[in-house]
Design a protein around this ligand. Sequence first.
Ligand code: NAD
Length: 302
Amino acid sequence: MSELSFKDKVVIVTGAGGGIGREYALAFAKRGAKVVVNDLGGSHTGEGKSSKAADKVVDEIKAAGGIAAANYDSVEFGDKIVETALNNFGRIDIVINNAGILRDVSFAKMTDKDWDLVYTVHCKGAYKLTRAAWNHMRDNKFGRIIMTSSAAGLYGNFGQANYGSMKMALVGLSNTLAQEGKGRNIHCNTISPIAASRLTESVMPPEILDQLKPEYIVPLVLYLCHEDTTETGSVFEVGAGWVSKVRLQRSAGAYMKDITAEKVKENWPTIENFEVNPAYPTSAADSVSGIINAANSGKSSG
Ligand code: NAD
């Protein structure tokens, strides 16, 4: 099989000064892309800043014969990151929303600062950058966007109410952008990775971390961002060399004439039965028509 090339594609990778982001930046550059290496260079809890992290990766790419430019802005100023891409490379093809911080604390102890900082980096940052890139992609009739979610968002995790909320918000953003981008060849997918990095080194034992190399996340993202790939609006779990697609499942449900709380109680086993005729809605229209159809067929059989 021929190698998936990114020759002359312009790629922005946020948080590319370390962890998974660095691996994306190196891999895209190796395959011919011109890469904007964005990193604020602060701590993993979102404090401080430094140009060192991004500069180091740009140097590495250049030393290997690749093309890259550094950007040190926080993702909340996404328009400035797009400016760096346009000033250096004249266009923008691919956006990898990867930058991230953690401010883990139980909800009982969470402060507004814990909430706001995590919102600003993950949610507002992905919005600002993608919004600034969007119209260029629309005009070029080409775009590939990745949102980075997390198991903490998809499933919930103790101590991560802030992080989990923002990570699930990105799924919603991705789903809508996939629909709005369809006519313009702009695709948007979401990944939920697991990898050894400064975000996970304190919460997992070394033997597990050994299996979770950050470079194992890269191939899926390369595939999703390639010009020949048609996949859009999907969510993937990825790590340790394993990739899986995740979707929402809806039970066949129960129609209750003159619905009451007591009838809901009585029908609970049917409502939560995923074995018989489940559905997999993929749009809001799908969801609404599914509800109307299910209710109508319940009415006619009841
Ligand atoms: P990491 O801390 O190694 O890398 C994140 C990078 O983002 C850092 O270099 C940091 O400086 C940069 N950054 C932070 N705030 C920024 C800002 N405001 N603007 C620009 N850059 C900023 O972490 P990682 O594990 O490589 O995480 C990458 C992404 O994957 C994050 O979005 C994270 O939430 C997500 N994620 C990681 C895991 C995992 O297992 N590592 C699991 C689920 C989700």
